[in-house]
Design a protein around this ligand. Structure first.
Ligand code: NAP
Length: 273
């Protein structure tokens, strides 16, 4: 059956690909992001594009209202908008750290709060949250990003329990390395804020490794692997609590689960030597 779906972060990468795939699968899809001009392909494919800065609570309220007015319901919220602030804790300004939480956690929470009352009245709905393998593992220079994704894992687990009595499923998606704009948004500011600090060489190594991966054909997984998981979670009568896909995700999560902290630290630090 056709669902009414809101996809945040639909102007690029995972969100855009997923929105287009869900339209092809016959759903009514609303994409939301700041760069509406980058969602014209969604409109051409038969979907809708809504302007949203996820940190703006009034905008979040207005777009959910707009969907309800037009469709009378909202079946799925795919909370996907997000980005990564990288850099040593010592070098990241508290304003940048705050912004990271404002987008990846508080913005996501805000739009979720707007959707819940409608899903509760409907007695059904799915909230699908894009965490990351980074919601379970960690890297140097990634403290603020990983803090948001680790927080999202716990937040989503709590939400799953409290929404279960109302027939609302909460699903966590844990992507590995996916070829999107994610790397571009992350590494340049990291290199900039690390210049002339004791973290400069580590930052340059991490930036080069990331850039090489994003540039090299086939080194990362395409967004389709995540779109397929989202589609699967939407179709499932009883979705899993977590879905994992994308480069490195399964081996990394396996090692994190079974190795001690010190052994895992060594594996991670070997990547930035
Ligand atoms: P991307 O290509 O950079 O897309 C990020 C999306 O988030 C864009 O559509 C962007 O739209 C939106 N966004 C960012 N800040 C926003 C804001 N303030 N308000 C509204 N929208 C905002 O990256 P992606 O890889 O597809 O990322 C999607 C999600 O996957 C993120 O949550 C990310 O943490 C997660 N993830 C990615 C990877 C990976 O390897 N790519 C791995 C694990 C997890 P506008 O700029 O137009 O607003």
């Amino acid at each position: 059956m056709s669902k009414v779906i809101l996809v945040t972060g639909a102007s690029s990468g995972i969100g855009k690909y997923t929105a287009l795939q869900l339209i092809r699968e016959g759903h009514i899809v609303y994409g939301a992001a700041r760069r509406t001009e980058k969602m014209q392909d969604i409109v051409s494919a038969g979907g809708h594009a809504l302007a949203l800065d996820i940190t703006d609570a009034e905008q979040a309220k207005a777009i959910v209202r707009q969907i309800i007015d037009a469709e009378g319901r909202i079946d799925v919220l795919f909370n996907n908008a997000g980005y990564a602030v990288y850099g040593a804790v010592e070098t990241v300004s508290m304003a940048d750290a705050q912004k990271q939480f404002d987008v990846n956690i508080f913005g996501l929470a805000n739009i979720t709060k707007e959707v819940i009352p409608y899903m509760r009245q409907q007695k059904r709905g799915k909230i699908i949250n894009t965490s990351s393998m980074g919601g379970k593992i960690y890297t140097p220079l990634g403290a603020w990003y990983h803090a948001t994704k680790h927080a999202l894992e716990g937040w989503s687990d709590c939400l799953r329990l409290e929404l279960k009595p109302f027939g609302i499923d909460v699903v966590i998606i844990e992507p590995g390395g996916i070829k999107t704009e994610f790397g571009d948004v992350m590494y340049e500011p990291m290199v900039e804020r690390s210049k002339g600090t004791p973290y400069e060489s580590m930052s340059n190594l991490l930036s080069k490794a990331t850039k090489d991966m994003y540039d090299k054909e086939g080194a990362l997984s395409p967004p389709k692997v995540i779109a397929d998981l989202v589609s699967k979670a939407i179709r499932a009568k009883k979705p899993k609590t977590r879905y994992v896909a994308g480069k490195f995700a399964k081996p990394m999560l396996f090692m994190r689960k079974w190795l001690g902290d010190r052994a895992f630290d060594k594996i991670i630090m070997n990547q930035v030597k």
